[in-house]
Design a protein around this ligand. Structure first.
Ligand code: SF4
Length: 169
């Protein structure tokens, strides 16, 4: 079961209880960001990987959760994908926020995809490390918060508009 697959109402109670009893029910309480995040296997499984993806995902999500919370956006949905190379096995180029591996600890940041698959994201920063990611996101999340106070505009839409040098509100 992937984290984004919440139990449907019709799911047998006995199986739900079994999942909880074995400590596997955490996804039910996870943030939207964590629940919907996706990564390819990358290192050490894939010989083509240039950076971590699957093993970096939990820490990266925790980092982004803290950033979103600092701007009051923690309950917003934001579809994050991480891949270890540009081949894109985690379908990164349709997601709202993407890290594509370039080298150990370094990624290209893509922003502005559409969760419905109607808009590709675009390269926003090249070859950044974790500090560079936080630096790039800070003004975008601040702008997203300002937009959110006016209308419930999704963060990614704001990021996309900023990326295109247009104003989202
Ligand atoms: S995206 Fe690249 S690193 Fe990730 S599984 Fe596919 S080929 Fe391997």
């Amino acid at each position: 079961m992937t984290p984004s697959r919440a139990f449907p109402d019709t799911f047998p109670a006995a199986i739900k209880a079994l999942v909880e009893a074995h400590g596997l029910g955490g996804f039910q309480k996870a943030s939207p960001l964590r629940r919907d995040a996706l990564a390819c296997v990358a290192l050490p499984t894939c010989a083509l990987a240039m950076a971590e993806a699957e093993r970096y995902l939990p820490d990266c999500v925790s980092l982004l959760e803290a950033c979103l919370a600092a701007h009051g956006l923690e309950r917003d949905t934001l579809h994050l994908r991480i891949t270890g190379c540009p081949n894109g096995c985690a379908r990164p180029y349709l997601a709202e926020m993407v890290l594509v591996g370039k080298a150990p600890g370094r990624y290209n940041l893509f922003l502005g995809g559409d969760v419905k698959g109607q808009r590709l994201n675009r390269l926003y920063r090249e070859n950044i490390d974790e500090a560079g990611l936080l630096e790039a996101l800070e003004p975008l999340l601040a702008a997203a918060r300002r937009a959110y106070l006016v209308a419930p505009i999704k963060i990614a839409h704001t990021c996309s508009c900023l990326q295109a040098s247009t104003t989202p509100w």
